[in-house]
Design a protein around this ligand. Structure first.
Ligand code: LR7
Ligand code: MN
Length: 564
């Protein structure tokens, strides 16, 4: 009996071993096509490069399996001879390593195209899970005379630090670089395509060209001197997959332009700007910071830096891509940011996605129309199309922009109407209330005397009347801008009619050079600087006059009278 049981156990054991071999043999059968492999890998949550235990619904419940061959990293760069490619363009002894690229080329070359970098994310990011069926993306990189080592490092880091199934292709746009070979040679790398512009277009039109040829449903833009970090792509694609109107950026880490060290950027920053349309990183508003109890959560941002972001392709097209009348560099990030927010989308920075970028202090390339004129043209176009009445602050902050050519904006205005976008007032109130409007600061105020306010009447009349409204509700007739030496209301300024005591005061077109319009504060009084006489209400109902300054006189006391 015992013998029979022993035999049965032996037979079962042999059958089990044979079964195991059979299924392992099945697994080694001809490799599936790339597409099948992708689907299968996704379905089974295989993490590239790691051994994965997965459940199978056949008789043997657990199998330890390797990644399918097609998902493993073959020769990463295909036919490209990396050594020869880099060696062909080395710095010559005695050359200034900063001259051509505005960063230390010698250090970049020395590093090689592959290196380990620190994972700069918050530790909680590593525990997050992303959908296994994320859509793939087309990576778009435009470059003009980029150094070989930085460009190759950008491409290689993408290939090495992204799940292969998420990279549909890498599209390079060679924006008419001097060396025509870069484009041809880099196109030997698997998944890389390179298009060369027949003339210099600038980064804006180049990116549109790239987007138009992209075959994936999601677009990822990168500068040509970046290094992506661990799991950089999944968080961004996940957010866009969940809501296609989101436009997302990583935290942009700093690659030192001197020694190429990879440095973590602060996770408390968002994109902002001043009225001259100058981009800056700024602290997240304190209330938002206090409310953030999860450091992996997205950060809403009024604008994006511009170079590194992920966006749904149909949404990019629906919103009008870019303003292709912008040239070379600059301004397109504001135009895109205003458009996204005002036309129904949102912008965010994802702290669990990190990409390094070499920040430079100057442009290493030329601007055919000059740097300043190009920036003015591009930002003027953004201001004229999107900023409504707020564009006046742009012009005050950048007076040199007035009168400069910016081409026709008719198409972009039509686009804005067609998309039914919200006014810039809405953007100010809901997206960027922290951006102070100059008029709301000390500049605009009432000129108060007792309980009454100085107001304009008819074309040039003046008098005291009951104060009405507060803040922005205050009527125009009682709003004054005190910008020394002028006391102004829109285009009209307070002026004396003659230089003698008792002369009436009236309104007339402003001119800072006109002696009758020059005022300065004197205690609580307002003194006409040339005559030395003070603004006096004398008969409250009638127009004010100028009289001898007497500090205690109530009819000469105006509040507030701070001039800036
Ligand atoms: O004529 C040109 N043609 C190009 O193809 C000029 C430039 N380029 C390429 C260039 O090779 C690079 O890949 O365009 C890319 C951007 O040019 P950079 O690196 O000289 O610009 P930047 O890093 O100083 O500029 C930031 O602002 C720009 C405004 O137009 C763009 O939006 C850049 O993409 C943007 N870079 C980033 O957002 C990275 C983070 C930097 C910050 C802040
Ligand atoms: Mn850059």
């Amino acid at each position: 009996m015992r013998r029979i049981r022993a035999n049965a156990i032996a037979i079962l054991t042999v059958a089990w071993i044979l079964g195991t071999f059979y299924y392992l043999w099945q697994d080694n059968k001809p490799p599936p096509s790339a597409a099948q492999a992708r689907g299968r890998t996704n379905g089974q949550k295989v993490v590239p490069g790691r051994l994965e235990i997965h459940r199978d619904d056949r008789t043997i419940p657990l199998i330890v399996t390797q990644l399918p061959r097609t998902e493993q990293q073959g020769p990463l760069l295909g036919a490209l001879d990396e050594k020869a490619y880099l060696a062909a363009k080395q710095l010559k002894a005695g050359d200034d390593p900063y001259r051509e690229h505005a960063f230390n080329l010698q250090e970049s070359d020395r590093l090689g195209s592959e290196r380990a970098i620190r994972d700069t994310r918050h530790y909680r990011c590593a525990a997050l899970n992303y959908d296994t069926d994320l859509p793939s993306t087309s990576i778009i990189i435009t470059f003009h005379n980029e150094a070989r080592s930085t460009l190759l490092r950008t491409i290689k880091s993408v290939l090495m630090r992204s799940p292969p199934s998420l990279i549909q292709e890498i599209i390079l746009i060679d924006d008419f670089s001097t060396d025509t070979e870069d484009c041809q040679l880099l196109a030997q790398i698997p998944k890389v395509r390179c298009l060369r512009n027949g003339r210099r277009e600038g980064l804006i039109r180049s990116r549109v060209r790239g987007a138009n040829t992209a075959s994936a449903s999601i677009l990822t833009f990168l500068d040509s001197h970046c290094e992506v970090n661990s799991d950089w792509l999944q968080p961004m694609i996940q957010r866009v997959k969940e809501d296609h109107t989101r436009v997302v950026s990583p935290i942009i880490d700093v690659i030192s332009l001197d020694n190429f060290a990879y440095l973590a950027a602060s996770a408390d920053l968002r994109g902002g700007f001043d009225w001259s349309l100058h981009f800056k990183w700024e602290q997240i508003p304190i209330e938002q910071k206090m409310a953030r109890n999860d450091p992996t959560q997205p950060i809403r941002t009024p604008v994006i830096a511009g170079g590194i972001f992920v966006m749904d392709k149909s949404w990019f097209n629906h919103l009008g891509q870019y303003d292709t009348h912008m040239d070379i560099w600059g301004g397109e990030n504001f135009e895109l940011s205003f458009r996204v927010w005002m036309c129904g989308g949102s912008l965010e920075i994802l702290p669990c996605s990190r990409v390094g970028h070499v920040f430079r202090k100057r442009h290493p390339y030329d601007f055919p129309e000059g740097n300043a004129l190009t920036y003015i043209k591009n930002t003027r176009r953004a201001a004229e199309v999107w900023m409504d009445e707020y564009k006046q602050y742009y012009y005050s902050a950048r007076p040199s922009a007035q009168g400069k050519a910016f081409g026709s904006i008719a198409d972009r205005l039509t686009l804005r109407r067609k998309l039914n976008c919200k006014p810039f007032r809405w953007y100010m109130a809901n997206v960027y209330p922290e951006l102070r409007v100059p008029e709301q600061e000390a500049v605009s105020s009432v000129l108060k005397q007792g309980g009454l306010c100085l107001e304009t009447r008819g074309t040039d009349g003046l008098g005291l009347a009951e104060c009405r409204g507060i803040g922005t509700n205050r009527p125009q007739s009682q709003k004054w801008e005190l910008i020394e030496p002028l006391i102004r209301q829109q285009d009209l300024c307070l002026a004396i009619s003659a230089f003698t005591a008792g002369s009436k005061v009236k309104m007339e077109p402003c001119s800072a050079k006109e002696p009758r319009q020059k005022w300065k504060p004197k205690g609580t009084a307002l003194q006409h600087t040339v005559s030395g006489l003070c603004l006096d209400s004398q008969t409250p109902a009638g127009p004010p006059v100028i009289t001898q300054c007497r500090p205690q006189l109530a009819s000469q006391s105006w509040e507030p009278q701070v001039m800036i």
